[in-house]
Design a protein around this ligand. Structure first.
Ligand code: FAD
Length: 500
C-alpha cells in the first residue's frame, strides 16, 4: 500500500471507530470506496467482460466524489429513475463532484469500452439514464445555480434540477424557459429542447444557453459557445446527450414579474369536438406571452372522461383572459374553471405530482401544425378511455419565439410546429400494461400522419421509432459532428445519433 492509500485507510479506520458526528466529514475527506474484487460488466457492444479490481480501485481513488457498488443505499437511489419500471442495475455508479471526476469516469469508460449512462433528473422516457452492467454517471452531486443579476445570466451545474434554476433566478426578478415539472433535470431537458410555460416568449431552454462546458468522449473538458467549438455548440442545442457530459450551462435570463395568470377550463367529454376546434383557433391567435394547451382523458376508474384547455399567461392584459373565460362559457358547459393569479415559481411546481408523464406508462408523441378538423376527427376516432388505465391526450404549445429561429440554426429541427401532441396511457405499477400499449400504438397509427417528426426528449422505444425523425434535416450534420467528437459512440444511451 502506498503512503497516500495508507493515510486514507487510517483516516477511514479512525472515522469508523469515532462518534457519528464524524460521518458528516465524509464529503470533505477523500474517502474512496474500497473495491473488494473484480467486477462483471458490459461493454459498449453488449458483450460481458470483467473489470480488474485494481483498475476500479484506481478510478475510485482518483475521485473527489463517490463510486457506489451494488448493495449500498446510494447505489439504489442513483439507479432509480422516475419511471419505476426501469429497474436497471449498473455494474457501479459514479457520482462526480465536478468536471475533474467526470473526466476520470469518461476516460475509464473509453479505455475499457464500458457501457455508460448519464443521469441528471432521471426523467428519461426511455430509461436510458441508467443501464444494466455498465457505469452510470449520476450528476446529483453537481447541483448549483449561480445568478449574475448584472449580466442577467445564470451558471447552472450539469446535474441541477429545473426548480433550482427557477428559484434562484426569480429571487432577482429574472427567469428563463424551463419545463413544467420542477424535478426534471436541466441537463436532459435543455440538451433536447426545453418546452415550457415561457417558451413562446423567450424561446426553448436551449435557445437561452450562451455556453456549455462539456466533457467529451476523449475525457477533455471543452467550452462550446458561438466563440469556442461552434459546431459542438450547435449540436448540443438539440442533439441530446450524444456529445458528452455537460458539466455546466450558462443561461441568458430575462426580467419578469412574479405573478402570472394560470388555469384550466373543463368541459364534458361529449362536447370535445367544439372545444377542440375553439382551442385550435384561440391558440393560433395567441400572443407570445400566452401558452395554451388542450387535454382530454379518462380513467383510471369509471368517472366520466373530460376535455378542456389549460393555459399560462405571463402578460399583463387581464382583459385578454377575461375574454377567454367568457368565450369558453359559449363554447360548451364549463364544469370547472380554475383561473387564478399565482406566483411563477409556485406555478412551476404545480405539476410536480400530477403530470401524466410522472405515472408508470407508455406514450407516443409528435409535433403537429394546425389543430383543425381532420386532426380532431382522428384524435376522437378510436380514443377509448377504459377503467383499468388513465388515458390522456395533451398538447404543449410551440410557435412564438420558438418558431422565429431557423430550423438549421440549432440542432433542434421542429421550429414550424404549432403543438407537441402527447398521447399517453398509464396503469398501476406492477400490472401488465401490454394491452394498454397496444391500444396507444393502434390509436397513434391513425394520428401519426398529422405529425412531422417527434421530440427527441419524448422518445420512448427507440426500437419502434426512426430516430432521424427527431432530428430531421439536421441529422446528417449531427452524424458528422458525432463522428468527430464521439467516434466509438460512447454516449449511446440517448436518442442515439450513429455516425454516418
Ligand atoms: P435523465 O433521465 O436524467 O436524462 C435523460 C438523458 O439526458 C440521459 O439519458 C442523457 O442522455 C441526457 N443527459 C442528462 N443530463 C445530461 C448532462 N448533464 N450531460 C449530458 N447528457 C445528459 N420536456 C419539456 O421540454 N418540457 C416539459 O415541460 C417537460 N416536462 C416533463 C415532465 C415529466 C414528468 C417528464 C417525465 C418529462 C418531461 N419532459 C419535458 C421531457 C424531458 O425533457 C425529458 O424527459 C428529459 O430527458 C429529462 O431530463 P432529465 O435530466 O430529467 O432526465
Amino acid at each position: 500500500m502506498d503512503r497516500r492509500n495508507f493515510l486514507r485507510s487510517s483516516v477511514a479506520a479512525t472515522l469508523a471507530a469515532s462518534t457519528p458526528a464524524w460521518a458528516d466529514w465524509e464529503d470533505v475527506l477523500y474517502l474512496p470506496t474500497k473495491i473488494d474484487g473484480d467486477i462483471d460488466a458490459v461493454k459498449l457492444d453488449g458483450s460481458d467482460f470483467t473489470l480488474k479490481q485494481a483498475e476500479v480501485q484506481e478510478l475510485s481513488n482518483a475521485l473527489k466524489g463517490k463510486l457506489w457498488l451494488p448493495g449500498s443505499a446510494e447505489y439504489d437511489e442513483a439507479r432509480t429513475l422516475l419511471e419505476p419500471s426501469f429497474d436497471k442495475r449498473p455494474a457501479f455508479v459514479i457520482q462526480p463532484s465536478g468536471p475533474a471526476d467526470v473526466s476520470s469516469a469518461v476516460r475509464f469508460a473509453r479505455d475499457n469500452d464500458l457501457l455508460t449512462a448519464v443521469k441528471c433528473g432521471g426523467h428519461s422516457a426511455s430509461g436510458k439514464s441508467s443501464c444494466n452492467g455498465g457505469m452510470q454517471i449520476d450528476l446529483s452531486r453537481m447541483r448549483g445555480v449561480y445568478v449574475d443579476p448584472i449580466a442577467k445570466t445564470a451558471r447552472v451545474e450539469g446535474g441541477s434540477l429545473l426548480g433550482e434554476l427557477d428559484h434562484e433566478a426569480m429571487a432577482h426578478g429574472l427567469v428563463t424557459t424551463a419545463g413544467t415539472v420542477s424535478h426534471t433535470g436541466v441537463g436532459g431537458l435543455t440538451l433536447g429542447g426545453g418546452f415550457g410555460r415561457l417558451a413562446r416568449r423567450f424561446g426553448l431552454s436551449l435557445d437561452n444557453v450562451l455556453e456549455f462546458d462539456v466533457v467529451t468522449a476523449d475525457g477533455e473538458l471543452r467550452r462550446a459557445s458561438l466563440e469556442h467549438n461552434p459546431n459542438l455548440y450547435w449540436a448540443l442545442r438539440g442533439g441530446g446527450g450524444n456529445f458528452g457530459v455537460v458539466t455546466s450551462l450558462l443561461f441568458q435570463l430575462h426580467p419578469m414579474q412574479r405573478e402570472m395568470i394560470t388555469g384550466s377550463i373543463v368541459f364534458p367529454f361529449d362536447q370535445a369536438r367544439q372545444v377542440l376546434s375553439y382551442f385550435g383557433e384561440f391558440a393560433d391567435a395567441a400572443p407570445d406571452d400566452m401558452h395554451i394547451g388542450m387535454f382530454m382523458g379518462g380513467g383510471p376508474d369509471d368517472s366520466p372522461a373530460g376535455v378542456g384547455m389549460y393555459f399560462d399567461y405571463s402578460g399583463t392584459d387581464t382583459a385578454y383572459i377575461d375574454q377567454l373565460t367568457s368565450e369558453a362559457e359559449k363554447v360548451g358547459t364549463v364544469l370547472a374553471n380554475t383561473t387564478s393569479s399565482m406566483d411563477y415559481v409556485a406555478v412551476q411546481r404545480s405539476g410536480d405530482y400530477n403530470d401524466i408523464r410522472s405515472f408508470s406508462g407508455y406514450m407516443k408523441t409528435g409535433f403537429v401544425g394546425d389543430f383543425d378538423g381532420a386532426l380532431i376527427d382522428d384524435l376522437l376516432d378510436g380514443f377509448e378511455p377504459a377503467p383499468g388505465r388513465r388515458t390522456s391526450l395533451v398538447t404543449q404549445q410551440a410557435g412564438g419565439a420558438i418558431g422565429r429561429v431557423a430550423n438549421d440554426a440549432t440542432a433542434f429541427a421542429h421550429r414550424e410546429a404549432k403543438h407537441n401532441l402527447l398521447s399517453f396511457v398509464s396503469w398501476k405499477h406492477g400490472e401488465d400494461g401490454e394491452a394498454h400499449k397496444d391500444y396507444i400504438r393502434g390509436h397513434w397509427d391513425s394520428v401519426k400522419h398529422h405529425s412531422q417528426g417527434f421530440y427527441s426528449n419524448d422518445l420512448y422505444d427507440q426500437e419502434g421509432d426512426d430516430v432521424s425523425f427527431a432530428y430531421r434535416g439536421n441529422f446528417r450534420r449531427l452524424q458528422k459532428i458525432k463522428k468527430e467528437v464521439d467516434p466509438t459512440n460512447l454516449f449511446r444511451l440517448n436518442a442515439n445519433i450513429q455516425s454516418a
